[in-house]
Design a binder for this molecule. Sequence first.
Ligand SMILES: *[C@@H]1O[C@H](CO)[C@@H](O)[C@H](O)[C@H]1NC(C)=O
Ligand SMILES: *[C@@H]1O[C@H](CO)[C@@H](O)[C@H](O)[C@H]1NC(C)=O
Ligand SMILES: *[C@@H]1O[C@H](CO)[C@@H](O)[C@H](O)[C@H]1NC(C)=O
Ligand SMILES: *[C@@H]1O[C@H](CO)[C@@H](O)[C@H](O)[C@H]1NC(C)=O
Ligand SMILES: *[C@@H]1O[C@H](CO)[C@@H](O)[C@H](O)[C@H]1NC(C)=O
Ligand SMILES: *[C@@H]1O[C@H](CO)[C@@H](O)[C@H](O)[C@H]1NC(C)=O
Ligand SMILES: *[C@@H]1O[C@H](CO)[C@@H](O)[C@H](O)[C@H]1NC(C)=O
Length: 529
Amino acid sequence: MRLPLTYVVAVLSYASCVRSSFSSQCLAFNPQNSIFNATLTVREYVTAGTNILFPDNDASCGRPSQAVSVDLCRIALHVPTSNRSSITMELWLPETWQGRRVLASGNGGIDGCIEYENLAYGTQHGFATVAANNGHNGTGGHDFLNNPDVIIDYAWRSLHTSISQTKSLASKFYGNTYQKSYYIGCSLGGRQGIGAADRFPSDFDGIIAGSPAVDFNHLYAWRASFYPITGKSTSANFINASLWSTIHTEVLRQCDTLDGVQDGIIEDSSLCHFRPEALLCSNGTTANCLSPAQVDIVNNIYSPFYGSDGKLIFPAMQPGNELLAASGLYSGMPWPLSQDWYRYVLLNQSDWDQATFDLADAMLADEINPSNIRTWPTTLEPFSSRGGKILTFHGGQDQQITSYNSPRLYNHLASGRDASSTQLDEFYRFFRISGMGHCEGGPGAWAFGQLGGSPAVGVPYEPSSNALAAIVDWVEKDEAPETMTGTKFVNDDPTMGISFQRNHCRYPRRNTYTGGNASNPDNWQCKYV
Ligand SMILES: *[C@@H]1O[C@H](CO)[C@@H](O)[C@H](O)[C@H]1NC(C)=O
Ligand SMILES: *[C@@H]1O[C@H](CO)[C@@H](O)[C@H](O)[C@H]1NC(C)=O
Ligand SMILES: *[C@@H]1O[C@H](CO)[C@@H](O)[C@H](O)[C@H]1NC(C)=O
Ligand SMILES: *[C@@H]1O[C@H](CO)[C@@H](O)[C@H](O)[C@H]1NC(C)=O
Ligand SMILES: *[C@@H]1O[C@H](CO)[C@@H](O)[C@H](O)[C@H]1NC(C)=O
Ligand SMILES: *[C@@H]1O[C@H](CO)[C@@H](O)[C@H](O)[C@H]1NC(C)=O
Ligand SMILES: *[C@@H]1O[C@H](CO)[C@@H](O)[C@H](O)[C@H]1NC(C)=O
């Protein structure tokens, strides 16, 4: 059928009129005027399909560009936070603002990296989305040295400033008050989310806090402890990547079928009591086996980290992540994040050698507790009583933050509130994601929209299978997520189809195989066992 020409012209001119009015609304917006001493550094109208380039972004952030899938107004601001510190915040305002929602993104490591993928993800789903550089640029910690204001930005002020400004700027821009405020972040970003609920209980209504770097001081001490345990990569008993691969095979031999399914995934690694002694060299063999000193190293890595007073500093690393950790914490190199934290924040000594790390250094981190970064709340009461919700998760093969730290926080909150898990789950739900590494990746069904970028690609935007959709429904409809369905794509490539899915359970339930095809999520059940 041919449409009358007048109709076609009318539709086209309507579309271009809408477009140009949004673009002129964008280009006329002066957010800097309402923020003390702020400078507008970018204001541009961006159309769907654009790949935005960031030539000035610190190369160590590894984010030279970002594709966007909706029309939006991109604002970047330089905002002073004190007379010797500032943040860079990017506020992306989608043309179609859905549900009058705002969303803030967190950061990672000790970095000052804007997570552009979360800006794209949030705007794709209609959120006015903000992400900031956390007070410094790049992945290193040098900017912290002798500048406590930069540390304050990192600990809480960058996020608090950027979400506070976003609420008023989005309301101004759209001419309508925002309704609900959300947060998404993993790792350090998980800590920022839990920290925001603790410190600023009205900043957010819904928080996705993945693999949270909580009990931060002890985490940084624990991470520093690996290098003295493994020794340098040139030392006599160093366990190299190929030997870690042998160890991984033995871990799976001992523990993979504890859950009834041989699939390279230890559904609950807390049930795996790995014994590296099974790999002791004997009968003169030296290949693919462990010397007694190497057995000690492995046992040390899988043991809780205690202080000289006998108190727990940090829980043990879980077995199962050997292939991922071999090039990270077990690599025989200083862990760069702990090294910079000790050098530039705690000791103020730029040449500190992590090989000298000892228990006194571990204690020091918590004694200084810069800007109260520890993040170990006991109740989160003000947040929960105003209706806030937290969706948290942790990968069962995390190679950077042991997955045992998240049950520890869950239990700490439960006892702090004197709450049963049913009561705690009214506002705080923790999902254990089997077979997932740090925030994403691994052999498990790890994609569930927990972050922008690959965790969100190919996953339907539905509460059962997408964390962002889930937190919105929980906050706005009081429909809490029962399970999170994770997807494993063939070769982690969504265009190649789904390999399998699993319905991840919320702690303390455990995913339990009930027979039949294990790729079918219905053949598993969440049980208290
Ligand atoms: C961070 O980089 C941005 C450019 O991407 C720049 O405008 C800002 O001044 C830098 N901030 C600091 C603290 O160096
Ligand atoms: C704000 O700008 C004024 C004028 O440039 C400057 O003197 C003052 O130090 C600035 N304040 C902050 C907190 O950056
Ligand atoms: C910066 O502000 C602090 C108070 O926060 C003040 O003590 C200090 O003198 C100021 N420094 C400069 C250079 O203005
Ligand atoms: C790893 O260590 C084993 C001995 O433990 C040795 O046989 C092997 O050659 C080493 N591999 C590499 C790549 O260095
Ligand atoms: C060591 O060698 C002896 C004699 O060949 C054999 O009986 C024994 O099973 C071997 N032990 C191991 C652990 O391979
Ligand atoms: C290093 O400097 C920070 C302030 O930036 C301070 O809190 C800390 O105590 C100092 N560390 C030592 C060992 O003096
Ligand atoms: C198990 O289910 C998956 C996904 O539905 C399917 O691809 C696979 O062929 C099934 N395996 C068997 C042995 O039936």
